[in-house]
Design a protein around this ligand. Structure first.
Ligand code: GCO
Ligand code: MG
Length: 452
């Protein structure tokens, strides 16, 4: 009868096996303890290197070198020489943003840990109970971007690396061509094409031809206020197809053309005009309607296949959800500081990925160089990047802000420094105090105020 092996009978082979198993376990134990030691060392060095750093002071730096109010938040920390900068530029209500930064935000932040960006964002966001307005969101944006700047400096890497690294070698941008006639606009387009831009926005007489409008009847009648602009929407609606036709004739088809309706005409007029532009293959038409008229997108989508960009006036991150789920537009025009900074902008961009909607972040002159750089860090990392609005950084602006992104061949390049990469000279900034005038009233011929 064959002997049954009992569960646990140590025989020689078994003994050898046990010894082998034991020494293997010993070996792994040893290596395990070596790994554990290595991990402990890593954790210790991380915690040593990333020992908690607290916020010492938060202040607003306000400057207007080009007559446009720019606001930056500076977060100073308990670690000598370590501070962060973030864009909080709401140029039309700059004084209110500065006051809120130097009071509520500073009071909220002092003594808190610099590391927990998401929690700092959400806790300040709800700390006012009422939330999501342009002033408070710009204040949060300044804090948010400054904390990302600090985290990048502590990690010793540019912010785009913290967001997942490069998805492209540089940020493709569009330039702004303008002129008082279709021919002058075409000349301006040629100028930017010669600088290497592949995407160019075309505007005749600024937004809505206001730059070339005649004297309106409301002014003759003595109605309205000083500085009111006049928009003749009939003249504007006829001028845009003529402008596109002229630019295509003069500059050809190898340039992408963009145009900003700037929400200034009646929705059905916008739809009819956009249909007339189909033959000129626009890259995108921006802000066909105001945020107050979102339902009209259904009609627009049924009427034309011209790509649409929308969103610079959205303050509430949730304003993007429904239009994106319904694919009412193709490009997300986030004004990053108006919705609260890098953290919410990345969330919206990532959401866009699931609806094949690309980004075209708002990048006008009323964004600080810190803000423009923050845009570019997100643009470098996200997959669904579309195009970035670019501006020229003047020498005066660069005398205040060092490390500004550079433009080459229509691409924006970051400087690879840790953090956001832009610094500010407070003494220089103080030479150009901000103002409190803002003129965004635009009227029709009879004096009716329109959405500007
Ligand atoms: C754009 C915008 C800006 C805004 C300006 C408001 O597409 O660049 O429409 O020009 O009008 O930022 O202050
Ligand atoms: Mg716009």
């Amino acid at each position: 009868m064959r002997k049954i092996e009992s569960e646990y009978q140590p025989g020689r082979r078994k003994l050898l096996k046990m010894i082998a198993l034991g020494s293997t376990a010993g070996f792994f134990g040893l290596t395990g303890s070596i790994n554990a030691n290595a991990q402990d060392k890593q954790r210790d060095s991380y915690t040593n290197r990333m020992a908690p750093v607290k916020i010492k002071n938060v202040k607003a730096i306000a400057t207007a070198p080009e007559g446009i109010n720019l606001i930056v938040v500076k977060v100073e920390t308990t670690e000598p020489g370590l501070y962060g900068l973030g864009c909080a530029t709401f140029t039309q209500r700059a004084v209110s943003v500065v006051a809120t930064i130097n009071s509520y935000l500073n009071e909220f932040c002092v003594g808190k840990d610099v590391d927990n960006i998401e929690d700092m964002w959400n806790s300040f966001y709800v700390s006012s109970y009422w939330r999501n307005g342009p002033v408070l969101n710009n204040v949060i944006s300044g804090l948010d971007e400054a904390l990302w700047d600090i985290k990048g400096k502590r990690a010793g890497m540019p912010v785009y690396q913290l967001l997942g690294g490069k998805s492209r070698f540089a940020v493709d941008c569009y330039a702004h061509a303008n002129g008082t006639s279709p021919e002058a606009v075409a000349e301006d387009v040629k100028k930017y094409m010669s600088q290497g831009f592949r995407h160019i926005r075309v505007q005749q007489g600024g937004y809505g031809l206001t730059g070339v409008a005649q004297k309106p009847d409301f002014a003759t009648a003595g109605f309205g206020y000083e500085g009111d602009q006049y928009m003749n929407d009939y003249a504007y609606l006829k001028s845009v197809p003529v402008m596109f036709e002229t630019v295509r004739k003069v500059c050809g088809d190898d340039v992408e053309l963009l145009h900003d309706i700037h929400e200034r005409v009646q929705p059905m007029d916008a739809i009819n005009m956009i249909k007339k532009l189909e033959q000129f293959r626009p890259f995108f038409i921006e802000d066909p309607f105001s945020p107050e008229n979102m339902e009209w997108f259904k009609q627009l989508r049924m009427s034309t296949s011209v790509p649409i960009a929308m969103g610079e006036l959205f303050n509430n991150i949730n304003e993007f959800k429904l239009p994106m789920v319904n694919q009412w537009f193709d490009y997300i025009r986030v004004h990053v500081s108006q919705i609260g900074g890098i953290s919410p902008a990345v969330k919206i961009a990532r959401l866009g990925e699931y609806f094949n909607i690309k980004t075209a972040f708002h990048g006008p002159g009323d964004v600080s160089p810190v803000g423009h750089a923050a845009h570019a860090h997100i643009d470098m990392a996200i997959w669904n990047f579309g195009i970035q609005e670019a501006v020229h950084f003047s020498d005066k602006l660069q005398s205040i802000f060092s490390g500004c992104p550079t433009m080459k061949n229509g691409y924006m390049h970051l400087n690879e420094s840790p953090g956001i990469g832009v610094d500010v000279n407070e003494k220089e900034a103080a030479k150009y105090p901000i103002g409190s005038k803002s003129r965004w009233q635009v009227r029709k011929n009879d004096g009716t105020i329109i959405r500007p």
